[in-house]
Ligand binder design. Structure first.
Ligand SMILES: Cc1cc2nc3c(=O)[nH]c(=O)nc-3n(C[C@H](O)[C@H](O)[C@H](O)COP(=O)(O)OP(=O)(O)OC[C@H]3O[C@@H](n4cnc5c(N)ncnc54)[C@H](O)[C@@H]3O)c2cc1C
Length: 826
């Protein structure tokens, strides 16, 4: 919050060449530069259009706090806090860090439950996150009204820092490591050749560079456009109020966060800084950021914010009588899903992005810088990438309309109680499948995923598809879900899973290139479906999918919708330039109707002249068959653990086929089923969900998928050597295990801690209710440093900790449902 630091400009003229050019001298650009020099890369330039920190960084409130249930978020914040503490000793530049503690309030039973659940996860991750009583809250913060407080959650080691000083310390550290900084140097163009960045154009001349990093904060999107790169972020108004000095306010007061009042409080020169995360935010700069905006402020919208100010004052009533010194509004950038945009841009090789920090840029700065530096130097993401990788973004998310609409919601999500089945409310109805209206008529309750309207569950006839009350327990749709689950196990269901990504790979070399990319063997006869992973050079999983051979030179790939951009990029990047193999995205070309359940064959039989018997159409095979007037590509696969058929229906035939299926299924007990049922069914069968149960940091061996790895196939595959080393390096330390709670009452959602013989051995990645098995089920890695052997897993007594209470659970390495695959192969 203090500006006017001495300029850090490097002496001499702007170089004409550098190994790495970082665009933007905010906290993120400086941290990336600092960490690159730590890895021995010192030919690094920071180019800043105005002065260091002049974008968003200079006016941040400087909260440096660590609790979160997300492992990566905790790691980034904890690393940053420790780095900030040590930077002064290293660089001689103070960071203004003060360990004043961080106190979050829970004032309703739901918030208390949410915090307790989070506390279990945060403590497992090493955060000293203590639950304290309202009396103790009052002792720590005598000026706060604690009459409605049910509990406080306190982290004494957290605190605040001065964002400008932190940035200057990082910049100084970077310079000590050899980096150069040029202020008043604006990047106005990006040079590229053959899909690779080659340098930048500035207002002072051109610079050739092997690597360019876009750390331009809220300018990140427009800078991305110069490079042809989609950086979907949007600036929004972000507020805090500074009061005059208040008696009783002192610099050792902990930071208080009060979610229900959308506000936080900390001391500032004897008064209070009251910050806001209002539930309905205001995007800013939608017509472009003013040309010379630097150390800029936005005229506060008193009228919009007044109700929130009044609500906040209720927590610390003395604020009402304190004079207001300043009501500050500055811009900060927000992303569609609230995660940062990091990593190499899918559109342009060697062009990296580190932007869109969603108001957490100071407290995550160290972690982001470290991850980015390792990503750039080593060529891969060193941590779980799903929620941070810019390759998760879609083109439509970069449109102004989408960003404006979505940003209204994203700022407030920081303080919103996120229930397990949360879905965004803004920017909806973006991508609808061809049978959307029919599904709505059938009672679908839709949630949003990557812009798709996804049927989550179905209300029975005559009942409105609506969530009556969000909670951690059984909600009003629990019984509808149970009926969908039962219908799939006993009769037949139809699911619309069109949101899956679908690609064709065609050409003379298609088999050869795919066999390099896939760890399973896809050199199979025409008509076979192969379940496989794509591995990185370290043996970690990059994708989980099926590959179906449609012809000698034609393969059909189906992977998760969440990974559309990433998987398409991975495929294209790993096909050699001179190979005769070409990728076509056919995602929008097909509606994917999933017909699953023991009566699915009977249903399909009624609609086709083809032979769909077990012998003629076996498990893991594909055929083009007629369904009434339509010709449909059908895969005999299942993610539900039943006899089932996936119908890839050309989009314009969708209504015709859907109506035929629904009519033919009437007397077979056909039900519509949504993604909640899909999750409940697949978890009983212990089918892994990529990105949730396992990710790029896990190997197929740990995930229990070695059956899908063909070490001996001719020519090997990407990641084989690393996986071989992993296999031969000794016993596994982690193993994926399925858990079923003994008590049929509680529900599981993921992040719950696993105890074996009273000791923590891991946590659940995902959870759902298993209606057939009769209890909540979770999937998680069990860790044992010596040997996570089958004997070790099978011999322990397990418990799962839900919000501080432990429940006995059964652990199994084999699927608890249909372990011999008899239903699947029937
Ligand atoms: C009111 C408020 C309170 C906040 N409080 C906190 C907090 O308590 N804790 C926390 O962790 N975070 C907080 N934040 C968020 C935090 O400030 C940001 O996330 C962080 O500063 C973002 O840093 P950055 O480096 O990405 O962006 P910036 O600081 O904006 O840096 C980007 C830089 O790029 C430069 N640039 C842009 N285009 C070009 C170009 N073409 N050529 C050269 N240079 C260019 C800009 O001039 C700018 O200096 C707060 C934000 C606000 C608004």
């Amino acid at each position: 919050m203090v500006k006017n630091q001495p300029p850090l400009n490097s002496p001499g003229n702007l170089p004409s060449q550098a190994h790495v050019v970082i665009i933007g001298g905010g906290v993120i650009g400086c941290s990336v530069a600092y960490h690159l020099t730590k890895l021995g890369w010192n030919d690094v330039l920071i180019l800043e259009r105005k002065e260091l920190t002049s974008g968003t960084t200079w006016h941040a409130a400087g909260l440096i706090v660590t609790p979160d249930s997300d492992e990566l978020a905790v790691e980034m914040a904890t690393y940053t806090r420790e780095l900030i503490k040590s930077l002064e000793v290293e660089t001689g530049q103070s960071t203004g860090f003060k360990e004043i503690g961080y106190l979050q309030l829970a004032c309703t039973p739901d918030w208390l439950e949410e915090r307790r659940r989070m506390a279990v996860a945060a403590r497992r991750l090493g955060v000293n996150y203590q639950e304290i009583s309202p009396t103790e809250v009052k002792k720590l913060w005598p000026l706060a009204d604690t009459s409605d407080v049910l509990a406080g959650f306190y982290t004494p080691e957290d605190g605040r820092a001065n964002p400008v000083d932190v940035t200057m310390a990082l910049a100084k550290g970077a310079r000590m490591g050899g980096a150069k900084i040029f202020e008043e140097t604006e990047v106005v163009g990006i040079n590229k050749e053959n899909g690779c960045v080659t340098g930048v154009v500035t207002n002072k001349g051109q610079i050739k560079a092997e690597i360019v990093v876009n750390c331009a904060g809220l300018w990140g999107r427009q800078l991305g456009k110069l490079a042809g790169v989609n950086v979907p972020l949007q600036a929004a108004e972000h507020y805090y109020l500074l009061t005059q000095p208040i008696e009783g306010v002192h610099s050792d007061l902990p930071i208080i966060e009060d979610f229900e009042r959308y506000s936080y409080f900390r001391e500032e020169v004897g008064g209070l800084l009251v910050g806001f995360f209002e539930p309905i935010a205001a995007p800013w700069g939608v017509d472009g950021i003013p040309k010379d905006f630097a150390f800029g402020e936005i005229n506060p919208d008193w009228k919009r914010m007044m109700p929130y100010i009044e609500i906040a004052m209720g927590r610390v009533p003395v604020v009402k009588n304190a004079g207001i010194h300043k009501f500050f509004c500055g811009p900060e950038s927000f992303t569609p899903d609230g995660g940062p945009l990091l990593g190499e841009a899918p559109e342009l090789k060697n062009f990296f992005v580190a932007a869109g920090l969603n108001s957490l840029g100071i407290l995550q700065s160290g972690g982001v810088g470290k991850i980015m530096a390792e990503w750039i130097v080593n060529g891969y993401c060193p941590v779980e990438s799903q929620h941070i990788d810019i390759a998760r973004c879609l083109k439509f998310q970069g449109t102004q309309k989408y960003l404006t609409d979505r940003t209204v919601e994203t700022l407030g999500l920081q303080y919103k109680l996120i229930y397990p089945n949360f879905t965004n409310k803004t920017a909806r109805d973006v991508r609808k499948t061809a049978i959307h209206n029919q599904l709505a008529n059938a009672g679908a309750f839709f949630v949003e995923g990557m812009g798709w309207e996804i049927p989550d569950w179905y209300a029975p006839a005559g009942v409105e598809a609506k969530i009556k009350e969000y909670s951690w327990g059984r909600q009003n749709w629990f019984e509808y879900l149970a009926a969908e689950h039962k219908a799939c196990r006993e009769n037949v269901v139809i699911m619309d899973v069109t949101s899956m990504s679908k690609f064709l790979v065609q050409g003379r070399d298609a088999e050869k290139v795919l066999n390099q990319i896939c760890s399973n063997d896809v050199a199979v006869p025409v008509g076979r479906v192969v379940y496989t992973q794509w591995l990185n050079e370290r043996g970690g999983m990059e994708a989980d999918l099926t590959v179906t051979r449609l012809a000698e030179d034609k393969f059909f790939i189906v992977s998760a919708g969440d990974f559309y951009t990433h998987d398409l990029m991975w495929l294209k990047q790993h096909i050699p330039y001179d190979a005769h193999a070409f990728v076509t995205d056919v995602t929008s070309g097909y509606t994917l109707m999933n017909i699953q359940g023991p009566k699915s064959r009977q249903l399909i039989k009624r609609l086709t002249t083809s032979d769909v018997s077990k012998e003629a159409f076996p498990y893991m095979s594909a055929q083009e068959i007629d369904i009434k007037y339509a010709v449909v590509q059908v895969l005999r696969v299942t993610y539900e653990g039943e006899l089932g058929f996936e119908l890839y229906v050309p989009t314009e035939f969708s209504s015709h086929v859907y109506e035929a299926v629904v009519e033919a299924g009437q007397d077979l007990g056909l039900k519509h089923a949504g993604f909640q049922a899909l999750n409940s069914l697949r978890i009983e069968k212990a089918y892994r969900e990529f990105g949730y149960d396992m990710d790029n940091t896990d190997t197929p061996l740990e995930a229990g998928l070695s059956f899908a790895v063909k070490f001996d196939k001719p020519g090997g595959f990407i990641g084989r050597e690393a996986l071989m080393r992993h296999k031969e390096s000794g016993p596994l330390k982690y193993r994926m295990v399925q858990f079923l709670l003994d008590d049929p009452g509680p529900l599981l959602y993921g992040d719950e801690v696993i105890y074996r013989d009273g000791k923590i051995v891991g946590y659940l990645q995902t959870g759902a209710y298993g209606f057939t098995l009769g209890g909540a089920i979770g999937m998680g890695f069990v860790h044992h440093e010596v040997d996570a052997s089958i004997e070790f897993i099978n011999s322990g007594a397990y418990e799962i900790d839900i919000a501080g209470k432990r429940y006995p659970a059964r652990a199994s390495l084999r699927p608890l449902y249909d372990p011999l695959n008899t239903r699947v192969r029937s």
